[in-house]
Design a protein around this ligand. Sequence first.
Ligand code: ADP
Length: 276
Amino acid sequence: MGKNVTEPAHEIDIGRYRVAEEPYYANVRGEVELFLTAAKCRMPVMLKGPTGCGKTRFVRHMAHRLNRPLITVACHEDLTASDLVGRYLLKGQETVWIDGPLTLGVKHGAIVYLDEVVEARKDTTVIIHPLSDDRRLLPIEKKGQIIEAAEDFLLVISYNPGYQSVLKDLKPSTKQRFMAIEFDYPAAAVETEIVRREAGVEYEVAGKLVKLGAKVRNLKNHGLEEGVSTRLLIYAATLIREGIPVDQACDVAVARPVTDDADMQRSILELVKAIF
Ligand code: ADP
């Protein structure tokens, strides 16, 4: 009684993974040129840095620029190799193989972005190792196949060293397969332009929020777990644009998201008063 295996039952439209409109991205420290070179040389890329400092926006911008589909996977602790590679599913009477996002990207020459890869289960590293060296191979264990990555396939991972502990870190054997582009908060002038543009506020408001951002980031040395992200500064600016009073906007978009400590929140609101 052999099972009826059909493949591929339904073609996935890779076109829907294309980034239609160019996402705005301010090149902060030459990362655009580095990424273009990595793509040309088919070198896997690791984006390192804190949350909300532009990694996702950067990948979308680059995918558009290179005109390659972008497949993003938000990694989490239950993510297995099968989630990435694919699995057989029962559809009516048939057993159908469904490509996972990684297989799809490997076949179609996409940029596959594994966001926060360290969160994924350890068996995923077994999958990405042969893909991220010069073999560029993806083993599909369940099908007994090994497929070679298409010319344009590019593996990109993100990694926030700030969150890592000894128990949860990328193994050196994984890290050392990627070129690493370091992301950090942009310089004040660049960040001001980003906040102004993204939130549609006056230059002056953006400038003050960026100044606040710098001061809050300094609090990191005084017990704050992570500095305020560019994303949060954009949230605060957006609320101000919509008419929320400055202190309230900074309270809900800066002070409360970055810390649960009431004293620390008060210190941040003191900074708001001093700046605005
Ligand atoms: P990450 O992926 O690092 O967590 P995101 O890419 O989501 O962060 O960035 C958060 C927001 O900050 C973006 O939506 C974008 O508005 C803004 N941003 C940060 N850096 C830049 C940059 N260099 N150019 C344009 N926008 C940026």
